[in-house]
Design a protein around this ligand. Sequence first.
Ligand code: NAD
Length: 288
Amino acid sequence: MTDTPQRIAVVGGGTMGRGIAQAALTAGREVVLCDVSEAVLDKARETIDGGLRRLVDKGRLEADAAEAALARLSVTTRMADLADATVIVEAAPESPELKEGIFRELDTVAPEAILASNTSSLSLTRLAEVTGRPERVVGMHFFNPVPVMPLVEVIRARQTADKVVETVEALARDLGKTPVRIGDSPGFAVNRILIPMINEAAFVVEEGVATAEAVDEAMRLGANHPIGPLALADMIGVDVVVAIMEVLQQGLDEAKYRPCPLLRRLVDEGHLGRKSGRGFYEYPPKGR
Ligand code: NAD
């Protein structure tokens, strides 16, 4: 039996929230998933059920364990239902106003909980400050798709207590992840390194140095990357890449973080990558 937190709440039942919930359920945790939308919660339960079934099909989870995991999930649209959670992971949209509002409310409804945010770019130090318990606010930055990706960047706000960092690291390990400690700085580590590389790849295409296909092939074969940077941009979302570059540019104030105009043009044209059917590459709808 572990002494890591047992009752986990997740705020936001979208792409990341449902993945985090699934990882916690398979690790034997009770999970309350909260979203403003009943429809999202229905879909989240369905996705988690599907994810657990796939684990059973692959022989990585017993059928009765999958059933028990799903039985430990409850969903709600009321923040008050998170009152007895020990750790709450917020995975709502990336808006400072929205997240600050959620943290203020969590501060009131769940007085004992550690409040973690899955933000990709916002300052944890600032978020901690809107609560009356800044020492118990921390970043847990999971990667998409959560059930597959092994990393959690543990982001320490200036105010975060050592014990809280240790607790969420232990929780991440129990969820089958590897926590890596990173300071509270724009883009943390992975996005600060990865996204400017994608931006540079776009400049290479924009300047006519190489085609997107050539850049991707070169980086796969020459740098041993499993996927080329521009195919990766299409997976992440070209709009998300531009948004992260803007965060780096504003937060670090260096010319090298200027978003590539080609990326902006793609966004203006609605070519956001896989999710819109076209980015650097075209993605025909399945079955066509
Ligand atoms: P998403 O849009 O898929 O899901 C967000 C969910 O939050 C939606 O279901 C929405 O209904 C819900 N929501 C909105 N307001 C809410 C509120 N007040 N209370 C409860 N729920 C509310 O977003 P996502 O892609 O899952 O991203 C969530 C967070 O994770 C963001 O901070 C994002 O930066 C971060 N993140 C995303 C990725 C990724 O690849 N998608 C990777 C790492 C981190």
